[in-house]
Design a protein around this ligand. Structure first.
Ligand code: NAP
Length: 519
């Protein structure tokens, strides 16, 4: 069995004590073990601040961009091996694995290109300068300079490649060194990525360190120039952001948490039309891709009352036909959820939804016919569609995220404002998708839904053959959402750098303020 060591202060280091075991969720066969007990996280933070930070800050944006491109290239050269690890440890189909691994290399490459565009400087100005008095000589600007601490990244289990890369890309381009901690259950892929980067000398010393296993006392070492970016459950996010030591030092904490995302069908979208077909295809993908274990997956499907039977019939037919099993087997379209705990939580969650919704297909019972899974083994949940008995009074569906291949149909009266109200009952989402070719309906819907969403995906006949689904998080657009989605914001092009920069207002003579740094 492989032992996953952490890469700290320039060396691979094994923890002591009882190791956590990583398994193949389709077969429950053990794959690797890891422990971080006894590792010196204080020394790792100092190494980042004293070695990694100065090296990165001495580099121009263009050089940091070249570093990100080199990381992307090094990882892409090992693509097949990385995909195999995602299949084995993540329960991913090959398509799911590409979504994660190619998402990682693509995001690194995108930020590499942003770095090239920023060019030779290593400090940025934010927006336009402004004359501060009656004379144009007294001038103000906002400077964006790298923070001088360490960026600690704590990631969720469902995107071990992309989660590592998307956070690292922003921090490194901003000039901050990273300590990254993947979720333990799926850390095999991140560990292998780090091995590749270290073996191929793709990283300056101290720029990126990796913690395999629990975070231990890592967060106790953070101070006022450091940053914490967390992705995971709302509960863990709440516990981390309310730590006294982080509050006292005003450590910026970005939280990407769980979310009751929605897909909404406009009343104009008729069965068989391009917009309708896009909607059905997207919802089926949202339920089955990565066995529904995506933070962006649509958990609520909001449909006009007069269309709900047609939608239900099409979704149920497609979901029931999805071949579930060990994704290493030919023909399997959906794998297991990632851990025994996820399986238990998912089945319990479906049970909670059943208090107010009827099961249309799937359900909480064990999957007995998973292809290629040894008898009774594997953490499989059937693709599950429920239908709320009364959308007006349903509440669990707006509160409880079942992190698996599960979604619930809710009827509405076709009014855009009413659909937006239902979306808002999730109290803050990462993404909502709306499918309509009616501009007035779409405008009214976006007006109502935008304050409750980090992103809105508009499906229409114009994009039916080019859009790639609401689940894909793109480096150019922000990712994050208000309220229960964590209130965070990542990516969004250069917006993603701001967590790692201090914005400082400069005021003085226009000549000196504007000439301080080359632009
Ligand atoms: P989780 O249990 O909250 O764990 C997330 C991460 O936090 C893991 O790396 C975990 O490490 C670590 N962690 C847990 N307790 C900690 C503590 N006291 N101190 C420091 N680190 C701690 O969440 P999960 O089960 O991995 O992820 C599933 C959830 O993440 C879902 O609800 C999903 O919606 C959400 N998610 C959100 C996004 C987004 O972008 N908004 C993306 C992906 C997933 P260990 O694994 O070692 O315990």
């Amino acid at each position: 069995m492989i032992t996953l060591e952490s890469y700290l202060a320039g060396s691979w280091r094994a923890g002591r004590g009882k190791a956590a075991i990583l398994v193949n969720p389709a077969t429950e066969a053990p794959l690797a073990e890891t422990s971080s007990e006894g590792l010196d996280f204080g020394a790792a933070c100092r190494h980042a601040r004293e070695v990694g930070g100065p090296a990165l800050r001495a580099m121009s944006y263009a050089e940091r961009g070249a570093l990100l491109l080199a990381m992307s290239t090094a990882l892409h050269a090992h693509r097949d091996e990385l995909l195999d690890l995602a299949v084995a440890n993540g329960g991913n189909t090959r398509g799911d694995a590409k979504f994660d691994v190619d998402g990682a290399t693509g995001t690194l490459a995108a930020y590499g290109a942003f770095g090239r565009e920023l060019g030779e400087g290593n400090v940025r100005y934010d927006g336009e300068g402004v004359a501060l008095g009656r004379s144009p000589k007294f001038w103000g600007e906002h400077l964006l300079a790298s923070r001088t601490g360490v960026a600690v990244h704590i990631n969720a289990f469902n995107f071990p490649a992309w989660g590592f890369a998307e956070k690292a890309a922003c921090a490194l381009l901003a000039g901050m060194p990273v300590i990254s901690k993947p979720a333990t259950s799926t850390a095999l892929l991140t560990w292998r990525m780090m091995k590749i980067l270290v073996d191929e000398s793709a990283l300056p010393g101290g720029a990126v360190q990796l913690v395999c296993g629990s975070a231990g006392d890592l967060l106790d070492h953070l101070g006022p120039q450091d940053v914490l970016a967390f992705t995971g459950s709302a509960e863990t996010g709440f516990r981390l952001r309310s730590r006294e030591s982080l509050l006292r030092a005003s450590v910026p904490v970005n939280v990407e948490a769980d979310s009751l995302n929605a897909a909404v069908l406009g009343p104009d979208a008729a069965p068989g039309g391009d917009t309708w077909r896009l909607f059905v295809k997207d919802v089926v993908r949202e339920v089955t891709q990565k066995a529904g274990q995506k933070c962006t997956a649509a958990r609520r499907v909001i449909v006009p009352q007069e269309r709900i039977d047609d939608v239900q019939a099409e979704l149920a037919a497609a979901l029931a036909a999805t071949v579930v099993g060990d994704p290493a087997h030919e023909g399997v379209r959906m794998g297991p959820v990632t851990t025994a705990r996820q399986l238990a939580d998912g089945r319990e969650g479906i049970g909670l939804l059943m208090d107010e919704a009827d099961v249309v297909c799937g359900g909480p019972d064990p999957v007995r016919d998973a292809v290629g899974a040894p008898g009774g083994k594997g953490y499989f949940i059937a693709p599950t569609l429920l239908r709320a008995r009364d959308a007006a009074t349903a509440s669990v569906v707006h509160r409880h995220e079942v992190f698996g291949p599960v979604t619930t149909l809710l009827a509405y009266d076709g009014d855009a404002a009413r659909a937006a109200e239902l979306v808002a009952r999730g109290e803050g989402s990462l993404v909502t998708s709306a499918y309509s070719d009616d501009r007035d309906w779409t405008e009214a819907f976006v007006r109502g839904a935008a304050p409750w969403n980090g992103r809105i995906y508009l499906g229409s006949d114009k994009v039916a053959d080019v859009a790639f689904g609401s689940g894909a998080v793109l480096p150019q657009l922000v990712h994050g959402g208000p309220g229960r989605a964590g209130g965070g914001e990542e990516l969004g092009g250069l917006r993603g750098l701001s967590l790692y920069e201090q914005r400082t207002a400069l005021q003085g003579g226009r000549g000196i303020v504007q000439r301080l740094f080359s632009r």
